[in-house]
Design a protein around this ligand. Structure first.
Ligand code: 5GP
Ligand code: ZN
Length: 117
């Protein structure tokens, strides 16, 4: 748990948030300011600043695999209803990362242009 981390506060139950998925290591919940009709965040319960920090941990492969597996499970339902979905992980300021607790964005419900902005 990191101090001054909004996602650690959500994991700790300090910010009332409806969980869309939970297991022993992963949590998913709706984004507060959605940029698509369906916008879910999938996070590790344990604090990791970025993808790089998670990848270099001893359990990195397991954790990252679990995050993507949950994204695939939640996205699978959207594939049926929305015709597809996009997964995004912003890393660092140039990529638009604002919360430094690793999170996977799962976006669906509209068309997503390519290349992304
Ligand atoms: P980033 O810009 O770091 O890739 O994404 C951070 C995301 O966290 C943003 O989409 C933002 O709306 C979301 N967010 C920030 N604070 C909260 C919060 O307290 N609750 C929820 N559910 N989402 C949040
Ligand atoms: Zn955190």
């Amino acid at each position: 748990m990191a101090e001054d981390c909004v996602f650690c506060d959500i994991v700790a139950g300090k910010i009332p948030t409806e969980y869309l998925y939970e297991d022993d290591t992963v949590l998913a919940f709706a984004d507060l300011r959605p940029i698509a009709p369906h916008h879910v965040l999938i996070i590790p319960k344990a604090h990791r600043d970025t993808l790089v920090h998670a990848a270099t941990e001893k359990d990195g492969e397991l954790l990252l695999g679990r995050l993507l597996k949950v994204a695939a499970q939640l996205g699978g339902a959207r594939l049926e209803t929305d015709g597809g979905y996009r997964i995004v992980v912003n890393n660092g300021p140039a990529a638009g990362q604002t919360v430094y607790h690793l999170h996977v964005h799962l976006l669906s419900g509209r068309h997503f242009g390519w290349p992304p902005g």
